[in-house]
Design a protein around this ligand. Structure first.
Ligand code: NAP
Length: 257
């Protein structure tokens, strides 16, 4: 059996938190190892313009920002590994970490595993994922050229996705369960000022109508005031209702002995 590689600091995750931790640990001469996970650079690699990261006055593309961070972490001596962590034994010192390709012992571990898009939990949403339902406008928007779409949610993600999707769609309706938005003013205004964006408020999405063969044809929405359920025609559904921390999923592989 191959011997474990020892490191003082093992960082799990390659989003902004992971790379920031790596820059600091490397500059403290701790020679960190950073395990990138399945999506190097994390969720920012599937977004477009980042306008609110200080230091880039004209904005920067998400993938470019993550490449800058990776290079900065590497410059100070972080060992960056494309691998996936399967198990963490924190019941012994040093900690032991098993990955797809290797195993490590580490004096300390930094969990920087980010978050995953939350879904509504509807059966139809699961069945039609990739067949008219998506959680990533930059990944799938291209497939909806000339179509009428809905984006579900009222946060920055929903506003960003709605605005982005107007590049392809003929109309985008933001469906939100309240009248007020969680999104920042500037993002709301951008969506509101876009001629292709409309709003359907005080509605929850109860079901998605469609088939794998023909895609989505409508959503069933319920009015939060009257309880009335009605059909709203659409050819695609983008879910943008927030994120769940991946560290929760991590509890399943964290063995505390
Ligand atoms: P969020 O701010 O948590 O917003 C989630 C939205 O989805 C809320 O409006 C929420 O409604 C709604 N929602 C949640 N669960 C729902 C459900 N089961 N059914 C229907 N609606 C539901 O999440 P986010 O928009 O993904 O943003 C996450 C973080 O990333 C925020 O800090 C945001 O500022 C940031 N972000 C920034 C940018 C940017 O600046 N460019 C872009 C994207 C994200 P309620 O409001 O009623 O709870």
């Amino acid at each position: 059996m191959m011997a474990d590689k020892h490191t003082k600091v093992l960082i799990i995750g390659s989003g902004p938190a992971g790379y920031t931790a790596a820059v600091y640990a490397a500059r403290a001469n701790l020679n960190p190892v950073l395990i990138q996970g399945q999506m190097p650079g994390g969720q920012l690699t599937i977004t477009t313009d980042v306008e609110n990261y200080p230091g880039f006055k004209d904005g920067i593309l998400g993938p470019d920002l993550m490449e800058e961070m990776r290079a900065q972490a590497e410059r100070f001596g972080t060992e960056i590994v494309f691998d996936w962590v399967n198990k963490v034994d924190s019941g012994q010192r040093p900690f032991r970490v098993m990955t797809d390709k290797s195993s490590y012992t580490a004096d300390s571990i930094i969990l920087a595993t980010g978050a995953t898009a939350k879904m509504l939990g509807l059966d139809a949403e699961r069945e039609l994922m990739g067949f008219g339902v998506s959680a990533c406008a930059t990944c799938d928007g291209f497939f909806f050229r000339g179509k009428e779409l809905v984006v579900i949610g009222g946060g920055d993600s929903a506003m960003e996705e709605a605005t982005f999707l107007t590049k392809f769609a003929s109309k985008v309706t933001v469906v939100h369960r309240r009248e007020e938005f969680r999104a920042s003013k500037i993002m709301i205004e951008k969506a509101q000022n876009n001629d292709k964006v409309e709003f359907l408020l005080n509605k929850t999405v109860e079901d998605i109508i469609g088939t794998k063969e023909d895609g989505v044809s409508a959503i069933m929405v319920k009015d939060t005031a009257t309880g009335e359920v009605s059909q709203f025609p659409t050819q695609g559904v983008f879910v943008a209702i927030g994120h769940t921390p991946n560290s929760q999923l991590f509890e399943g592989i964290l063995d505390t002995g």
